[in-house]
Design a protein around this ligand. Structure first.
Ligand SMILES: CC(C)(COP(=O)(O)OP(=O)(O)OC[C@H]1O[C@@H](n2cnc3c(N)ncnc32)[C@H](O)[C@@H]1OP(=O)(O)O)[C@@H](O)C(=O)NCCC(=O)NCCS
Length: 176
């Protein structure tokens, strides 16, 4: 397992857990991890076929996770678009660890992975605002807004006309 280069420090989750976490590369049980954590997040992922599609896809993709003891608190899986872009296919933190810095660490690992492949942008697709009160998706979009992603374009029918796609990009300036 590769240390993703994220400094370790004490974290406190929304439920008061004190944790010690660093993002590491995961090489086994990737489908199971993806399926288990996405299935917990029912406010975001309600369609079993979407979860199964992600679980199948991640098996062949680089995956990074934060670990608390022997429990995985969150993971990110990356899809390459050579030569210059790397996409976050899926990122998810267990509810108990939301706002404890796990997502930020996963993004750092994703950026390290992208840079290591020579990529100049990190991208992610998520649900666009669709005229409904859906605070959970507002929170997801806020997460990307506050972590350096730029709202590049909305694709109204890429997925489905009821699921408009918001395409975020994050430029990755070269580190001198
Ligand atoms: C999106 C997600 C991965 C973020 O993970 P997280 O571990 O809660 O994120 P972090 O604690 O590292 O948050 C880092 C920063 O992002 C921003 N942020 C995170 N959640 C936010 C929210 N609900 N509202 C506003 N800003 C938020 C904040 O700036 C936060 O820093 P702060 O807590 O010091 O203010 C997590 O909420 C999640 O799993 N959501 C459900 C699944 C999902 O939406 N996945 C993405 C699909 S494309």
């Amino acid at each position: 397992m590769r240390d993703a280069g994220v400094a370790e420090e004490g974290l406190e989750s929304s439920q008061g857990y004190k944790t010690m976490q660093a993002a590491v590369e995961i090489t086994v049980d990737k489908s199971d991890i993806c399926r288990e954590i996405m299935s917990e997040l029912t406010d975001w992922f309600s369609e079993p076929e979407v979860i199964e599609a992600c679980a199948a896809a991640v098996e062949a993709l680089p995956m990074f996770a934060c670990v608390d003891g022997n429990r995985i608190s969150g993971f990110v899986a990356m899809r390459s678009h050579p030569p210059d872009a790397m996409e976050i296919l899926v990122i998810a933190t267990r509810t108990a660890y939301h706002r404890s810095g796990v997502g930020r660490r996963l993004l750092a690992a994703a950026e390290d992975c992208a840079r290591a492949s020579g990529c100049r942008i990190l991208t992610v697709k998520t649900l666009a605002y669709r005229g409904k009160t859906e605070p959970q998706y507002d929170a997801t979009r806020a997460f990307y807004d506050r972590n350096g992603f730029i709202r590049a374009e909305v694709f109204p029918t890429l997925w489905h006309e009821d699921h408009p796609c918001l395409f975020f990009v994050k430029p990755l300036p070269a580190i001198p």
